[in-house]
Design a protein around this ligand. Structure first.
Ligand SMILES: Nc1ncnc2c1ncn2[C@@H]1O[C@H](COP(=O)(O)OP(=O)(O)O)[C@@H](O)[C@H]1O
Ligand SMILES: [Mg+2]
Length: 243
């Protein structure tokens, strides 16, 4: 399942398929049913925001979609792989091959230059040092930070840090950008710039974008919104005012 040997998925083909998916946690003797019977398919090239009130299951969904957690019941297929059947090294390989993660808190390595932060996933993928630098520079240029290659994160603004995190997520050329509240730590002007960047990456690179968010300004720019309430899908369609 390395980046080189896996077939990439064509635009419009199913990338993520959830069938009657449940995730239940045990809290002492009590069952917490965080996801209860979720069904949807996201195809390659889509741009989706998953929305819903606090406690509705968004973070749980993000972990399952990102293969950081597995369903208690039901099916999640990513790129045709039944995630529940894979062991930890296989899940890690699937994540590395298919998914770039973007988190609210950026999660950059301090005292390490932007180019080295962005190149890190390529090191795990076994890419040589010169090629890593070249691809990291390309990714940083793509997000508008070609002039900040040798800065450390503490010398960057919040918006620039999130751009570095996005460059790190796209440097492996993933099929899926999976984002958790990517505008949550940014003011609205900078949030709007990051929102625009996701739109551009989706339309220009064809990368599937799935974002878990509270931010209505971000959600309304996606092509599709999936709304969760109490662990179930209550709306799945184009963005609607007031949702
Ligand atoms: N690891 C866990 N153990 C027990 N309960 C959990 C765990 N993770 C989430 N939950 C519960 O599952 C429900 C959904 O939580 P979560 O997915 O974090 O919602 P959201 O991100 O939409 O706020 C909540 O009731 C939460 O308390
Ligand atoms: Mg959450």
């Amino acid at each position: 399942m390395s980046a080189e040997d896996a077939d990439s998925i064509a635009i419009g083909e199913p990338l993520m398929e959830l069938t009657d998916l449940h995730r239940t946690f045990m809290m002492g003797d009590e069952e917490v049913r965080a996801l209860r019977g979720v069904n949807f398919t996201i195809t390659k090239g889509e741009y989706v925001c998953i929305i819903g009130p606090s406690g509705s299951g968004k973070s749980t969904m993000m972990y399952v979609l990102g293969c950081l957690d597995t369903p208690s019941q039901g099916s999640y297929r990513l790129a045709g792989y039944e995630v529940a059947e894979l062991d930890d090294p296989e899940l890690a390989a699937l994540r590395n091959r298919y998914i770039g993660f973007v988190f609210q808190a950026f999660n950059l390595i301090p005292r390490t230059t932007t180019v080295d932060n962005v190149a890190l996933p390529l090191r795990y993928a076994g890419v040589g040092v010169r090629e890593r630098r070249k691809r990291a520079e390309e990714a940083l240029t793509r997000v508008g930070l070609g002039h900040r290659l040798d800065h450390t994160p503490d010398r960057l603004s919040g918006g620039e840090r999130q751009r570095v995190a996005i460059a790190r997520a796209i440097v492996t050329k993933p099929e899926l950008l999976l984002c958790d509240e990517p505008t949550g730590n940014l003011d609205s002007r900078v949030g709007a710039e990051i929102t625009k960047l996701f739109e551009d990456l989706n339309s220009e690179l064809g990368v599937t974008v799935v974002i878990v968010t509270h931010d209505p300004n971000l959600a309304k720019r996606a092509k599709r919104n999936i709304k969760l309430v109490d662990g179930q899908v209550v709306y799945d369609g184009p963005p609607q005012e007031g949702r």
